[in-house]
Design a protein around this ligand. Structure first.
Ligand code: SF4
Length: 260
């Protein structure tokens, strides 16, 4: 579903976050030090880093954290009671994810939501999370999404897609979930000029990305490389993402033992 593109002025971005935060838990890139950002749970008032190309740790962390409480053990009299925890208390929204990171999540779907086995913890997070993707106007020299069937403006997997136009964002609603959010008065119809500017930015980013691609725009299928990296197209994220291949899902479970 792609409706007519909308526009959100940057001055209205903060009010948009505030509206979203009323019924969503929000995650977005936060700068730790110059050049280093990570996804964190945020409050609308927090400073988020939407200018960095891609955080050092992939958005995978939001769906498949390094550690999480999975089971709770309680001693009740002479018996032990085991209950599954539920860490997702309300809908969640991820802002600022880049196309490569979002494409990587779909690869995790193959692993954790496979035909034979389903990781219910991952499933719950996936179903409860709205993805707001951001286009990359300036692909870095290390970016290679074009070689993996993606691209700096790839929209697949996003519910809402933002393109930075300078003073405003061009916003595309790609799913029902995304469309529901654009009912807010903060969003207005984009002009022909703004749509043309977004299209020009997309063309330039694609040319830059294609020129830097190891396969130089050939039809070579790098999907297997993606699967090997299992997490992101970003070189600097690949080693962290690759660790998922060697450790069983949710290898580290925090077990809470309550003595009554
Ligand atoms: S690899 Fe592509 S999608 Fe990812 S940050 Fe670079 S340009 Fe953006």
């Amino acid at each position: 579903m792609t409706l007519d593109p909308l526009k959100l002025n940057k001055k209205d971005f903060q009010p948009f976050l505030e509206e979203l935060a009323k019924d969503h838990e929000l995650f977005a890139p936060v700068r730790l030090v110059e050049g280093v950002s990570v996804y964190r749970k945020i409050d609308p008032a927090d400073e988020i880093d939407l200018d960095a190309s891609n955080p050092q740790k992939p958005v995978k962390e939001v769906f498949f954290p390094q550690s999480e409480a999975m089971l709770r053990f309680e001693k009740v009299g002479n018996r032990h009671k085991v209950t599954s925890t539920d860490e997702v208390k309300k809908p969640r929204g991820v802002l600022g994810a880049r196309a490569c990171d979002i494409q990587a999540i779909s690869l995790l779907d193959d692993v954790f939501l496979g035909k034979e086995y389903t990781d219910v913890y991952f499933l719950k997070k996936r179903q409860s999370t709205l993805l707001v993707g951001f286009a990359c106007n300036h692909p870095l020299s290390t970016c290679f999404c074009a070689s993996t069937g993606g691209g700096p403006f790839a929209r697949e997997g996003s519910d809402l897609f933002f393109i930075d136009l300078g003073e405003s964002y061009l916003v595309e609603a790609l799913t029902e979930k995304g469309r529901a959010l654009t009912q807010s008065k903060l969003f207005v119809k984009a002009s022909e000029k703004e749509i043309a500017l977004a299209s020009d930015l997309e063309k330039k980013a694609a040319e830059r990305s294609d020129a830097r691609s190891p396969s130089r725009g050939s039809k070579r299928n790098w999907t297997s490389s993606w699967r090997a990296a299992s997490g992101t197209a970003s070189m600097r994220n690949a080693s962290a993402a690759g660790s998922a291949r060697f450790f069983a899902p949710h290898a580290i479970a925090l077990i809470l033992w309550t003595r009554l």
